[in-house]
Design a protein around this ligand. Structure first.
Ligand SMILES: *[C@@H]1O[C@H](CO)[C@@H](O)[C@H](O)[C@H]1NC(C)=O
Ligand SMILES: *[C@@H]1O[C@H](CO)[C@@H](O)[C@H](O)[C@H]1NC(C)=O
Ligand SMILES: *[C@@H]1O[C@H](CO)[C@@H](O)[C@H](O)[C@H]1NC(C)=O
Ligand SMILES: *[C@@H]1O[C@H](CO)[C@@H](O)[C@H](O)[C@H]1NC(C)=O
Length: 513
């Protein structure tokens, strides 16, 4: 998950609030009261065409890491390092064994009543060398079988082309820091559209670009574990956005008329709440929103990075002695080419952080935090999950959607992830409560703020390999017995609750239409 990773890691240098102000205490008393604490849930039924689904990602569930001709990717390499960077030396070598258990996956999707299943394609399973010299028939067949099984059960596939498992061959050339990634990604996307596009209506190019670039190339806490804040991470962002746009345009030119699908990308971060109502804090919040969401959504909507991002990075780069900004520029042709390269925008929603301007700090510091000149944190008192970065803040979901709706007018959104981590217990009341309170705020954003949200995806279908946290943090609606050869899946209480929601499209006993 996410800056969950950043789904799962926090971005900035965080500091812990030592003393909570009276204002904060008030806020907390008010906001931390979820439904189980007396807050009313939205009682309006979701629209009839609203879609409910669940998500996984290839490396987190498939296993079969070296079977049937699959090539090596950066997560195979990261998890096999000695010493291992992963909790308990865990790997995704077998994970949930979905490569062999996919029929069981579809069976539990059916039990949940999912309208759609969001999963990702393993690039190195399809193109073992990373390049398109040889298409691995067994890899293609696996995904064709999965899609066929989904179709037979009336479940719509929503396919992410890239959820972090880059072929190692491309990483050896610099990964997203090298612009050869652009055409290589387009080559991979073309194979996928050609092989699967007749049966896939919803495509996502990249999952959580900021996790890929910021966490992978600056914080170094996701593969490829590169530590290049403010330099490598911006090169990554620049190449990733151009790869997205080129794949989108290629779909337009080569596939859209025949396949008539939709292509999007998903963005994430926390909701960055101003820590007070001072104009400085409000501005700090806006700046961080632009450096995180804006960095990836602004180019596809408006063709370029947000002004505040260009301005801040250029100013600090000059002060540091660089003769050009560390943030690469799009050419006028690229701006035109990039504008409008989305049919919808996915958003992964997990948590909230408070934001204030950064005080002090050396001019030599680089990276999103120093360039944005902000600092963010979460108060200790906020409701916890099993993940240090994931505090339960339902109201942040509505504010995030309001912000996206007003910044990207006319865009259609789908929540591509939302979820909660615990120890894997079957009686997972805290997860159930998280889901109902977040969904209620999402319903509010649709009803009262007019944000065009057409679907919701729970992360995750089942407990799985949670990146550097291994199997120590569990996000599943289904429990997976990682000691059983078949990786037995068992529904948790939240799965039964979610099955009610997918059936009734309603969060309470009786809904208003
Ligand atoms: C992880 O691997 C190291 C060797 O790199 C070993 O010393 C350690 O005991 C292992 N830890 C676990 C939990 O298996
Ligand atoms: C900030 O202003 C809003 C709207 O006026 C108000 O509802 C909220 O309580 C204020 N928050 C703080 C922390 O003062
Ligand atoms: C594992 O699955 C296979 C095939 O579905 C089944 O025959 C076998 O009994 C299962 N084994 C266990 C231990 O559940
Ligand atoms: C699901 O709905 C049924 C029928 O309304 C109800 O009896 C049951 O308690 C619900 N289950 C959960 C986990 O909410």
């Amino acid at each position: 998950m996410s800056i969950k990773t950043a789904k799962n890691q926090k971005f900035m240098t965080d500091r812990t609030m030592t003393s909570s102000s009276a204002v904060l205490t008030l806020l907390l008393t008010f906001y931390c009261s979820g439904n189980t604490y007396g807050e009313e849930l939205n009682n309006r039924r979701f629209p009839q065409d609203f879609m409910f689904g669940v998500a996984t990602a290839s490396y987190q569930v498939e296993g079969a890491w070296n079977e049937d001709g699959k090539g090596v990717n950066i997560w195979d390499v990261a998890t096999h390092q000695v010493p291992s960077p992963v909790v308990n030396n865990a790997t995704g070598d077998v994970a949930c064994d979905s490569y062999h258990q996919y029929k069981r996956d579809v069976a539990i999707l059916k039990e949940i009543g999912a309208d759609f299943y969001r999963f990702s394609l393993s690039w190195s399973r399809i193109l073992p060398s990373g390049f398109d010299d040889k298409v691995n028939k067994a890899g293609v067949k696996y995904y064709k079988n999965l899609i066929k099984e989904l179709r037979a059960n009336n479940i719509t596939p929503l396919v992410t082309l890239f959820h972090w498992d880059l072929p190692q061959s491309l990483q050896d050339l610099g990964g997203f820091q090298n612009d050869i990634i652009i055409d290589r990604f387009v080559d991979f996307a073309r194979v996928c559209f050609r092989e699967f596009g007749e049966d896939v209506q919803y495509w996502m190019t990249f999952n959580e670009p900021i996790s890929i670039c910021h966490v992978g190339y600056a914080l170094a806490t996701l593969a490829p574990q590169i530590n290049s804040p403010g330099m490598g991470e911006y090169l990554c962002a620049h190449n990733l956005m151009r790869a997205h746009a080129k794949a989108y345009r290629m779909y337009d030119e080569e596939f859209r008329s025949a396949q008539n699908g939709l292509v999007g990308i998903d963005v994430n971060g926390a909701w960055y709440e101003p820590s007070t109502n001072s104009s400085e804090d409000i501005e700090a919040s806006e700046t961080l929103m632009q450096f995180t969401y804006g960095c990836y959504a602004h180019p596809i909507v408006h063709g370029d990075y947000p002004e505040v991002m260009k301005k801040n990075v250029a100013r600090r780069s000059a002060l540091q002695g660089y003769t050009r900004s560390r943030l690469p520029e799009f050419t006028p042709e690229e701006i035109k080419y990039m504008t409008g390269t989305y049919d919808y925008i996915g958003v992964n929603i997990y948590t909230t952080e408070l934001v204030t301007p950064a005080k002090g700090g050396s001019i030599s510091e680089m990276g999103i935090g120093p360039d944005a000149q902000v600092t963010s944190w979460q108060p200790e008192e906020w409701e916890k999950s099993s993940s240090s970065w994931l505090k339960v803040v339902p109201w942040g979901a509505r504010k995030l959607l309001q912000w996206l709706g007003s910044n990207y007018k006319g865009a259609r959104f789908i929540i591509t992830e939302n979820g909660y981590s615990d120890d894997g217990r079957l009686e997972d009341d805290a997860r159930l409560s998280y889901y109902e309170r977040y969904l209620s705020k999402i319903r509010d954003a649709i009803e009262f703020d007019g944000v065009d949200v057409f679907g919701y995806t729970a992360w995750s279908l089942m407990d799985n390999f949670e990146w550097m946290r291994g199997y120590s943090e569990k996000f599943g609606l289904y429990q997976v017995d990682f000691n059983s050869p078949n990786r037995t899946r068992t529904p948790k209480k939240s799965a039964k609750w979610y099955a009610n929601v997918t059936r009734t499209k309603c969060l309470v006993e009786t809904c208003v239409e």
